[in-house]
Structures are given as C-alpha cells and as structure tokens.
Design a protein around this ligand. Sequence first.
Ligand code: PEP
Ligand code: MN
Length: 288
Amino acid sequence: METDSCSIDTTTRTTDPDLVSRSSRPEGTIVDVNGIKIGGKEIVIMAGPCAVESEEQLSETATYVRAGGAVMLRGGAFKPRTSPYSFQGLGKEGLEMLKRAREKTGLSVVSEVMDTRQVETVSRYADMLQIGSRNMQNFPLLKEVGRTSKPILLKRGMMATIDEYLHAAEYLLSQGNTQVVLCERGIRTFESATRYTLDLNAIPVLKQRTHLPVIVDPSHGTGIRSLVPTMAKASIAAGADGLLMEVHYRPDDALCDGSQSLYPEEFGFMMKDLRKVAEAVGRSIHVL
Ligand code: PEP
Ligand code: MN
C-alpha cells in the first residue's frame, strides 16, 4: 500500500521537464524554511495580510495568526496591482516591518519579489521569496530568483496550464535552487461567481507529476472570505502540503483584498477544523 499522501503514479508521464519531474525524485522534495519542513507529513499554514500596510496592522495581524496556529507570516511589501493608482506596497519600509514582526512572533516570513532589481533586497529580509501569479512566466525573474539559495514559493499563473507551470518551476531548478514550493491560487475560467476558479485538480495532478511540494491559496482562489475555510479544508483533503491565506486584523479597512481576508477569530475557528481534516487524511498541522 502506498504511504504517500496521494497515490503517485510515476509511470504515466515521460514528457515533463527533467528536474521537476516526479520520476527524477520519486521520494519527493522537502523544502526547509528555518526548520519548517514543507512537503512532509505536516501541513504548513502561512497567513497574514495581503499587503503590509503599517507597523500596527502587521504586528497585530501577525500576533493573531500566530495564536491561531500559523507558522509563517505572509505579507507583500511590493504589490502587483491591476491599477497603477492602487496602493503599491510600502517597499523597503514594509520589509523592515516584516522583519520586526518575525522578531516579535517567531513566524518565518514569505514575501513577494516582483522584479529582478528587488531580489537582493527582498532576500535580505524574507525567509522565502514569493513569485506571484502575474510573474510566473517572467523568465529573467525566475532565473534571478533561481540563483539565490532562498526557498521559493512559485504561484501558478492565473492563465497557465500545468505544463507551463512545471516549465516555470524548471527554470528555478535549472539555476540550482532546489527549494521550490508550488502554489495553486485559482485560474481564469468563464465562471464569474468567484474571483478565480480554484483548481483543486491541480493538487493531485502536480503531486503525480512533480516531486515539489504543493500548497493552495484559497483566498485568491475564491476572492470571497466566506468560501475560504471550506476550500482550505478541501485543499487539505485533496493532498495539499500547506495553505497560504489572507488574514487582516481589520479586513474592512484593508488597503488590498479585504473582502477575501479572514477576520482573526474566523482564522482561529477554521484552524480547529483544519486539524480534524488533516488527521482524517493521516497528517497533522505543523505547530511552532
Ligand atoms: C499574493 O499572494 O499576495 C498575490 C498577489 O497573489 P497572486 O500572485 O496569486 O495574485
Ligand atoms: Mn492579495
């Protein structure tokens, strides 16, 4: 009987790029962020605001998500916004706030890098570098980030096929960085009831085709706060190695993605359910 969290069929795929293909590392990769192991039996919860907005907002939110059971803090200092007039992030000042929140809470930090010119700076502050959906095929950025020794969170392009996604991950590995985590975050479909369509199929498909850990972002995947806990549970049931979720201490005042951000108490309630689902599929939630 197969002991892995999903049944791995390594015989059916021969066309995936070499370095990411499951057959090149059938045992799977474990990505280590300051001792937090992503891709093993334990599920890793990353939570925090969409964007770093202020010292108080980040510090309060970080304290809440830590109390609820998150082990990593998310928060963008450089934000990819649809409109150039929307809040673009606090930049380096935001990175400084992330550093202080890490010192205060002990949470490791994941933050987005949008541009090759930011890689060095973000690397100095974040424990894990996030490449956002809109940059999944920014090949110069992939190469630059792939040359660092930092763990990488590569989000799926909102219009990318699994094949394109695996090739994007191959860019990172081709530069020598093996510490790559994939993140399904919803794709564009004809459906307009939700912001994106969370592709839960992607979890078992990716687990079959690549050895890289796979996490899910149900916040962007739905765009609707009330749907996040349900899709978070579904993601764990489907074999996700972790979750990336937006939580804000005051979602109604958020400068970015407030309507998909959980209230702190909702996050706490959801975490209780996630522990039960994890147990039901033979896993547990990583605790600090
Ligand atoms: C984010 O997680 O901050 C983000 C911008 O998400 P995405 O790149 O998936 O849109
Ligand atoms: Mn967001």
